[in-house]
Design a protein around this ligand. Structure first.
Ligand code: URA
Length: 237
């Protein structure tokens, strides 16, 4: 908690104006059957094949300006999966997610609930290449990357997914709902429980919402504990 630089206090949810998520499915140059074939093929890859596939991906225009693909980092059998929106400049340079200022805050958020990057935690993004000028990924870009994320999730089999920020949450949950509406509830992504919290980059600008992020982390921690108890009732005191 102290690492996060916040004191927990409970505030009423505030409404926010939802943004529009384009529901276009995929690149217009690619036929439906090509998209389906590519998706099916990716959903059978093992870790090394999946990493190589992402490294060589040119499925959307984001590949043209990237320095590195940013696949993901951490424990490949983690219970906790954190998903951001897409790499920024620093991540593009290094090829690892959340290594800039937002990444430092994410590490502090993890430490606040006794978690650590790489240890029972995996971190990745909706898109694996940097959107120019740190804009939000476009719908087609997210759609082309979706099979990679789905395969990562299938291989990791996390117990709980944390969607970091509006872009991740709206893409994963296929909704235009505001983050304030999505927080504080247990969702599901392809059968895996999912909790929404603020993006660390947003929290760096909006100190008031750090307390809400703390609530989300406590909710996530309690959810993980109850998932563990459900899986192994003998853990109950
Ligand atoms: N923001 C993200 O959403 N992901 C990163 O990897 C870095 C910043």
């Amino acid at each position: 908690m102290r690492e996060l630089g916040l004191t927990p206090f409970w505030r009423k949810k505030q409404g926010r104006t939802p943004t529009t998520v384009d529901t276009k499915i995929h690149d217009s140059n690619e036929s439906d059957s090509q998209h389906l074939d590519r998706t099916k093929r990716i959903l059978h890859l093992d870790w090394p094949q999946l990493k190589a596939e992402v490294e060589n991906c040119h499925a959307c225009p984001l590949s043209q300006a990237r320095l590195h693909t940013v696949f993901g980092v951490g424990d490949e059998q983690a219970d906790w999966l954190f998903i951001g929106e897409g790499p920024g400049a620093r991540e593009d340079e290094i090829g690892e997610p959340f290594v800039g200022q937002a990444g430092k805050l994410l590490d502090s958020m993890l430490a606040a609930v006794q978690l650590k990057r790489g240890s029972n935690v995996y971190i990745t993004n909706i898109v694996k290449c940097r959107p120019p000028n740190n804009r939000n990924p476009e719908c087609n870009e997210a759609e082309q990357c979706r099979p990679y994320l789905e395969r990562q999730i299938a291989l990791i089999k996390p117990k709980l997914i944390i969607a970091l920020g509006k872009v991740a949450a709206q893409n994963l949950l296929t909704t235009n709902d505001s983050i304030s509406n999505l927080r504080g509830r247990l969702h599901s992504y392809l059968g895996t429980p999912l909790i929404v919290t603020y993006h660390p980059a947003y929290l760096l600008r909006s100190l008031m919402d750090k307390s809400k992020a703390w609530e989300d982390l406590c909710f996530a921690k309690a959810t993980m504990e109850s998932l563990a108890i459900t899986a192994n009732p003998s853990l109950k005191i």
